[in-house]
Design a protein around this ligand. Sequence first.
Ligand code: ZN
Length: 159
Amino acid sequence: MDALAPPPVINCSRVIAYAHVSGLEYRRAGRLFVGDQEILAVPNLAICADLRSDAGLYLFHCDADWSTIATGGGEDSVAAMKVLAERNYKGVAERWVDLNVSRAEALAWWDSQSGGEKCSFCGRRAFEVARWIVGPSAIICNLCIDQFHDLSWDSLADA
Ligand SMILES: [Zn+2]
């Protein structure tokens, strides 16, 4: 069976590059833990940029369906991320596929998956806010509710 290509967005992050790493020697170099459990060889890696800030880069260690098992990284360039991955997966350098999903492409995909849900007042998407409330014909996010509270206090103080 052919290995599955990733979606354009993983964990609210756009995919810059991905690699299928099944069959590569796993060198256990930078040992990776989730809680107390060490994560060993995974089938897929993806280097992704966070859509919330578009600054943070992650190295996602994923299962066959591109669900994230662990997040590594901390490097500030894609090239450095690839070097980091090579320390653990010997030969991954030959396997990277550069998708370079743009922010616009990632957001379009997100909207297609979410039904285009956004805060009716500020237009933010779900991943850009902590919580929101969905009413019969509108959605309002926690940031807009906070803004409303600030306004209310200001107008009370002015009265
Ligand atoms: Zn809002």
